[in-house]
Design a protein around this ligand. Structure first.
Ligand SMILES: [Zn+2]
Ligand SMILES: [Zn+2]
Length: 340
């Protein structure tokens, strides 16, 4: 099979290898499409907090089961699936409670385990969630991203009727805006310094869009929310955004951190302590978050269309990463199509 391997920082090779043999409980999935995630870009640039090349990246994929181990139920055969991108040890307290995402030995697909930037992946059947055949690949490949969005909203609590501020309108921020609206949030504001991303935020349903690097932006924000917003979501992951998020959150409010941070932030502890604010982390999701995303899409409340801006063949994977690594590129979600 063909696969794209990150053999060193900012260097991908598309090579031919033997597919992994099927172990007990495993299926082989032919990959139809695989999204490139912000975390893949961190790995590509050698700036991921944990993962370093060599790696076969890609965890936002949709594909079809083409082979299964004898102990996998026959109904797995031919199913169209998306992957749950993390796998816990299965025995620690977090894993036993169903929160594999909090496992201290969490392994991620497209990181510790070879991922979807390949013609085939071989993984345990319980690592997959079936999705309808009728959905376009552009929607199905974003289910995993939307699961992060649903989990993010849940880490805040109930967003129904609540106003929210989303900092950073990259793929996860844009999907989160749509998820918040689907879950019945009130007014949703978005902030990004990039004008293309601000336009996309507006198109994704944001009611107000700000460029917080603009000197008047904060006054404009305060004219709507003089006391701040209760729910702030950091999808940017820069030290200055988390500080800004705390400042723009209401007293008693919550700042939820969904982004990956390449460097640590200095937190204004008095803002956190005197305002009784909360700072909450997000790591991936639970299986149930996928069920909620699928139900939201099927009910018509969540629409993930229009977010895929570019598509490449597997052979063109290096070009796909070069595009995303270009500052100011007008790209949101980029798909690689190993299945043609
Ligand atoms: Zn991702
Ligand atoms: Zn564990």
């Amino acid at each position: 099979m063909r696969r794209a391997t990150l053999d060193q920082v900012e260097h991908l090779v598309v090579e031919t290898v033997e597919p992994l043999p099927l172990g007990p409980g495993e299926v082989r999935v032919a990959v139809e499409a695989c999204g490139i995630c912000g975390s893949d870009l961190h790995m590509y640039k050698g700036r991921h907090p944990v993962l370093r090349p060599p790696l076969v990246m890609g965890h936002e994929f949709v594909g079809r089961v083409v082979d299964r181990a004898p102990d996998v139920p026959p109904e797995a055969e031919g199913r169209r699936v998306v992957a749950i991108a993390g796998r816990g040890c299965g025995t620690c307290a977090a894993c036993r409670s169903g929160a594999f995402n909090r496992c201290a030995s969490l392994k991620v697909i497209g990181g510790h385990i070879p991922g979807g930037l390949a013609e085939f992946v071989t993984l345990p059947w319980d690592q997959f969630v079936p999705v309808p055949d009728a959905w376009p690949a552009e929607t199905a490949a974003l289910v995993e991203v939307a699961a992060v969005g649903v989990h993010t909203a849940e880490r805040y609590g109930s967003v129904a009727g609540r106003d929210a501020l989303v900092l950073g309108a990259g793929p996860i921020g844009l999907v989160l805006i749509r998820v918040l609206k689907a879950l019945g949030a009130g007014r949703v504001a978005a902030a990004d310094v990039n004008p293309f991303r601000r336009r996309m935020a507006h198109a994704s349903g944001a009611d107000m869009v700000y460029d917080l690097s603009h000197p008047e932006a904060e006054a404009m924000f305060r004219s709507v929310w003089p006391e701040g917003v209760d729910a702030v979501f950091d999808c940017a992951g820069r030290p200055e955004t988390v500080v800004r998020g705390l400042e723009l959150s209401a007293r008693g409010g919550t700042v939820v951190l969904t982004a990956i941070f390449e460097e640590d932030a200095r937190i204004p502890m008095t803002v956190l302590q005197r305002g009784e604010r909360r700072l909450v982390g997000v790591q991936m999701y639970h299986r149930e978050d996928f069920d909620r995303v699928i139900a939201l899409i099927e009910s018509g409340r969540l629409d993930l269309s229009g977010l895929v801006t570019h598509q490449f063949s597997l052979e063109e994977t290096p070009a796909a990463f070069r595009l995303l690594a270009t500052p100011g590129a007008e790209a949101v979600k980029v798909l690689v199509r190993p299945g043609g």
